[in-house]
Write a protein that binds this ligand. Structure first.
Ligand code: NAP
Ligand code: COA
Length: 265
């Protein structure tokens, strides 16, 4: 007999989620909505926010709303967090998921290109967490940043992303130390290559690159968006109530090293 799938009940819980209007984070928001949560999403494009809010209501959210926000602007993030808490009450779950990425050599990219990615990924995560902690349910809130394998492994043409995401990992661990006293948990999820996403399309835009990437993975397969949503649901659940400061790798073995030459047992 196979074990029943884990079920999560998020009725009455409030989630504030940045960068959750496409890709991996949108699927996390969808799964939280299916579990009955109240979900507030923010990203730059109001069209994407409105489309996502409609989808979340359809998926079963107790309620859903959102706002156009650039995570690089602290005042905009703070105003959105306040709107969320006003509408839905104390915040139980915070996701900082926004990111920017493009492959570019450090000698070729402009200082502003480097700064743009660091500001979106690292400063944006600080802004979201800093604003939300003042409206978070204490004790009990779960904060999750979305990081990447680039935080741990140097990567060609990814110096901006490697530096930004390494900063995200350290930020998460520092905040876990500072905010644990209030019963606030702070963790990160590090996705491996997730098929059918913008991030994956930007890093492996053709079949040859995809195949090389896939072969190098220990598990010889790309992940899917539910792999990451499952991790986020667990980290937010009571089952993870002693977990803080963790970088949860859902990577198919990306940072273990190049497994291209692995042989069948
Ligand atoms: P995606 O579809 O491009 O999603 C990015 C999201 O962030 C969108 O909702 C976007 O909406 C928002 N965003 C971008 N800049 C923003 C800003 N300045 N302020 C607020 N929101 C902003 O990306 P994805 O590929 O699913 O990746 C999602 C996360 O997973 C990222 O943190 C990424 O680093 C991480 N990750 C992805 C992979 C992968 O295989 N895809 C692997 C490892 C890690 P707007 O355009 O409306 O702003
Ligand atoms: N190669 C080199 N530099 C690039 C670049 C590329 N492919 N794309 C943008 N830049 C540079 C721009 O030229 C600009 O620098 P400059 O002012 O010196 O010319 C700087 O980056 C900022 O670009 P801009 O388009 O003004 O920034 P933005 O804030 O509108 O967009 C990005 C941010 C560049 C990160 C954009 O790719 C984005 O919005 N990404 C979100 C989606 C995403 O990346 N998803 C994958 C997540 S893993």
């Amino acid at each position: 007999m196979t074990a029943p799938a884990p079920r999560y009940d998020m009725k009455g819980k409030t989630c504030f989620m940045s960068g959750a209007t496409s890709g991996i984070n949108e699927q996390i928001a969808r799964r939280f909505a299916e579990a009955g949560a109240k979900v507030f999403v923010v990203s730059r494009s109001i069209e994407k926010v409105e489309r996502t809010v409609a989808m979340l209501k359809e998926a079963g959210a107790e309620d859903a709303a959102g706002q156009s926000v650039d995570a690089r602007s602290y005042p905009d993030v703070e105003a959105a967090v306040e709107a969320c808490a006003e509408k839905f009450g104390p915040i139980d779950m915070v996701l900082a998921g926004q990111a920017g990425n493009f492959p570019a050599g450090a000698a070729q990219m402009s200082a502003n290109a480097f700064k743009s990615v660091v500001d979106i990924d690292l400063l944006g995560t600080f802004n979201v967490f800093r604003a939300a902690v003042h409206k978070a349910r204490r004790p009990g809130a779960s904060f999750i940043a979305i990081t990447a394998p680039q935080a741990k492994r140097p990567w060609l043409f990814q110096s901006h992303v490697c530096a930004a995401k390494a900063g995200v990992n350290m930020l998460v661990q520092c905040l876990a130390m500072e905010w644990g006293i209030e019963g606030v948990r702070v963790n990160a999820i590090s996705p491996g290559p997730i098929d059918g996403t913008e991030g994956m399309d930007r890093l492996a835009p053709n079949e040859e690159m995809r195949e090389r990437y896939r072969k190098a993975l220990a598990l010889k397969a790309f992940g899917n968006r539910d792999d990451i949503a499952d991790a986020a649901l667990w980290l937010t659940s009571e089952g993870a109530d002693y977990v803080t400061g963790t970088i949860l790798e859902v990577e198919g073995g990306t940072t273990l090293g190049d497994a291209s030459d692995a042989m069948k047992i």
